[in-house]
Design a protein around this ligand. Structure first.
Ligand SMILES: [Zn+2]
Length: 239
């Protein structure tokens, strides 16, 4: 992975080091394969997780990012289990947005059983707005991405669109599996990841379900707060 400060097309934000893989790993792999520049920013090191030390999880996250084809992955080192959408944290995320100037950012859906996911959603949403305010910390040039795509972790409702990730699915699975401390022997011991005993099967069946909604083998659903522009409905539905 490069560690340059070059602009990226898309940044995926997650609360914990495996969140973006679970909710949007297929999309990230797809965009990277299409030649877009993908960055990943984790808000915490996942140190409150029952399994895996912060160092182990950092290494797993680095590997997973490489598998997905991201050009960098950074960690904002906020406290796991206690992410707050206060001004300091909002500005931390806003500075990342201003530095790398992505066209699209990705954040967890705002309703979830894990408070960190809820707060990350709020934090990134606020940072998206504040990054565009010229008089706020003017030493870093203001910039606001075009849109936030919300991905789903524990709860899903109200899809805006579903992306066909069938071809990229092996990469997604490999990236999720790179978080071995979280999923390694998930088949042997019950885990609390996503609140289910078999998280990998849960992720796969959900991705299959979302794919089935658009006639694809695997899909990832996203929610946006503005209408989705369609150039030509016949191009999408006329075939
Ligand atoms: Zn999480």
């Amino acid at each position: 992975m490069e560690t340059t400060r070059e602009n990226v097309d898309i940044i995926a934000f997650g609360a914990h080091p495996d969140d973006v893989e679970i909710g949007a790993g297929g999309l990230l792999a797809k965009e990277a394969a299409l030649g877009y520049r993908v960055g990943i920013a984790d808000l915490t090191r996942g140190e409150m997780g029952t399994r895996g030390t912060p160092d182990v999880r950092l290494e797993e996250a680095r590997k997973a990012a490489e598998i997905l084809g991201a050009i960098w992955r950074i960690n904002l080192e906020m406290p796991d289990g206690n992410i707050t959408a206060d001004h300091e944290n909002v500005m931390k995320v806003a500075r990342v947005i201003r530095t790398y100037r992505p066209k699209v950012i990705i954040a967890p859906y705002w309703d979830d059983r894990h408070p960190d996911h809820v707060n990350t959603s709020r934090l990134v949403t606020e940072a998206h707005f504040k990054a565009g305010l010229r008089k706020l910390e003017p030493e870093l040039e203001a910039y606001r991405p075009n849109i936030i795509l919300y991905y789903f972790l524990n709860r899903m409702e109200g899809f805006s669109f579903i992306v066909d990730i069938s071809e990229n699915y092996p990469r997604k699975q490999e990236a999720v599996n790179a978080h071995y401390s979280q999923f390694g022997d998930a088949g042997l011991k019950p885990l609390a990841v996503l609140g289910v005993k078999a998280p990998l099967q849960f992720i796969e069946s959900r991705d299959r379900f979302q794919g089935s909604q658009i006639g694809a083998a695997y899909g990832e659903a996203f929610l946006v707060r503005t209408p989705v522009p369609v150039e030509d409905p016949l191009e999408v539905w006329g075939r």
